[in-house]
Design a protein around this ligand. Structure first.
Ligand code: SF4
Ligand code: SF4
Length: 503
């Protein structure tokens, strides 16, 4: 039992900034902190210390923001982004509307809350989109996620996507519960024609998780979205399960297998361990808490070892890869904190899940690439080293699989386009990202965040706020509390039932 890191966190009661410590205790990593007014708090940060250390070894750093706002009162209250922020925006997230056609019990955005901000106007959206490019200059933000509330409630979503593309965002996502896409195939066709991606809320492959987490059975709706996608020839789908103990932690393996079996249309599966922000019942923290290391353990157990914990790597490893494929890092900053997320890729062949990292001596390949950056090798030398170490450390079997795509795809502008354009159809990318809440909030992670909310501040000007900072702190001051009472929920449950009828 010992302290392994000191950081800053929040008091979960009044959100004041507190000193916090990470402790190794019986093979787990716990966050401990103490508020002079509200007492001591303890939460599981990572359930497996060994995996925590393995993730840590891929720590990398963003290249910093030179155009950020002047910090005034100290992190995390200066979000804007401020000049102390370490990483550029990989994904800009905009809540187009606070309206939603569901009232999920675990919604971190408190969508539909009474004092919600409503819809952003097109002018406001444009100002956020332009500001994000300005503050990230000279790098370009390529990814934008249209979120909510439920973004498909906006009939003008196709026009908004058009505007985003015109402003240089070439990777456009729609973060949706899928209701409208299940019910309205013509609307779905418009999304397809704009080449946008669906990030589809997806809690499992049976009715039970939906009933527990969302209050009603949405499984037929999810199946209908996938059926409609096939019908209209659409294949840009990422499934996004929010994972919570006792709700769907027994379906990790089934969700991986389901996604792999449907990899003709599903390209990503991104598990999000539940975050205790927003509408969720925080008294269930101990019962429902699940961390990144739990997810990879469950993946191993529930695929009976077809995928192992060691097949996952922490996300900042991508920073090195991204620099490699994009002019030596001059136009790419794809770095987050090593304890935010994990990634792996699996191939699905003849009913078997085959993790792609098994074809690669990843440690050696990675070490060699890192060495190149640390020693500031010239680009030709770097490319030569990449080529030779790829031959040495990647199995010929993998080259054989990749070759047809490599020969037919001309270039890759970003890591995302690498994942989507260069990879064989039978491959599924599995990601895990654990969004933080006031209980496990770690300032070190937030300062390295690359997912940024674009919002209009109280001064009517655009601001960017790191995702976890927004949900843990800033959302309350921007929206007011706006919580729904129990009576509100009963009335809303009835309208939900009507809203989810299929034609
Ligand atoms: S989280 Fe980032 S943007 Fe926000 S105050 Fe801290 S350093 Fe600045
Ligand atoms: S959104 Fe949260 S979990 Fe994801 S990179 Fe940012 S700080 Fe980390």
């Amino acid at each position: 039992m010992r302290v392994i890191k000191t950081t800053k966190s929040l008091c979960p009661v009044d959100l004041r900034v507190l000193d916090a410590e990470l402790w190794e205790v019986d093979g787990q990593v716990l966050m401990k902190k103490s508020c002079p007014e509200h007492g001591n708090f303890e939460d599981v940060y990572w359930s497996d210390y060994k995996e925590y250390l393995r993730a840590e070894q891929y720590r990398d750093h963003g290249i910093g923001l030179s155009n950020g706002r002047e910090p005034k009162v100290g992190c995390p209250r200066d979000c804007g982004l401020c000049r102390n922020h370490m990483t550029h925006t990989t994904l800009l997230i905009i809540e187009l509307t606070n309206r939603c056609n569901l009232r999920c019990l675990i919604c971190f955005a408190q969508a539909g809350a009474k004092n919600g901000t409503g819809d952003l106007s097109k002018e406001q959206l444009r100002s956020i989109l332009e500001y994000a490019q300005e503050i990230n200059y000279p790098l370009r933000v390529r990814g934008v996620g249209n979120s909510g509330g439920e973004p498909t409630l906006r009939d003008d979503l196709p026009e908004i996507i058009q505007m985003e593309k015109e402003l240089g965002y070439d990777y456009v996502l729609i973060m949706t519960n899928g209701l409208r896409l299940a019910q309205d195939i013509d609307y779905f066709k418009k999304i397809r024609d704009l080449d946008a991606w669906l990030y589809l809320q997806f809690d499992g492959v049976t009715p039970e998780p939906y009933i527990k987490a969302r209050g009603l059975d949405l499984w037929p709706i999810k199946q209908k979205v996938l059926e409609n996608a096939r019908k209209i020839g659409y294949n840009k789908i990422a499934l996004i399960p929010t994972l919570a103990k006792g709700i769907n932690d027994d379906q990790v393996g089934d969700m991986i297998r389901f996604s792999a079996e449907n990899s003709d249309i599903i390209k990503f599966l991104v598990f999000q361990p539940v975050s205790f922000s927003g509408r969720i019942d925080t008294t269930k923290l101990k019962e429902m808490r699940i961390t990144n290391s739990d997810v990879i353990r469950l993946a191993e157990e529930q695929t009976r070892g077809e995928i192992k914990k060691g097949d996952f790597f922490s996300l900042p490893m991508n920073q090195t890869l991204a620099r490699m494929i994009t002019k030596g890092g001059q136009n790419q900053d794809f770095c987050v904190h090593p304890h935010c997320g994990l990634i792996s890729i699996v191939d699905y062949e003849k009913g078997k899940l085959i993790p792609v990292p098994r074809y690669i001596d990843n440690e050696k390949l990675y070490k060699n690439m890192r060495k190149g950056f640390e020693l500031k090798w010239s680009r030709p030398r770097m490319m030569w080293s990449l080529m030779t170490s790829s031959i040495l450390h990647i199995s010929p079997k993998l080259w054989f699989k990749l070759l047809p795509k490599l020969l037919t795809t001309r270039s890759s502008k970003s890591i995302t386009s690498l994942l989507t354009n260069w990879l064989p159809e039978t491959w599924l990318t599995i990601g895990i990202m654990h969004f933080m809440d006031p209980y496990n909030f770690d300032l070190d992670r937030v300062q390295n965040c690359a997912l940024h909310f674009g919002v209009i501040g109280k001064d009517s000007k655009p601001r960017l706020i790191p995702f976890c900072s927004m949900n843990s702190i800033h959302r309350l001051s921007m929206n007011g509390k706006g919580e729904l009472t129990e009576a509100d929920l009963i009335v809303l449950a009835k309208s939900q039932e009507q809203a989810t009828q299929l034609p």
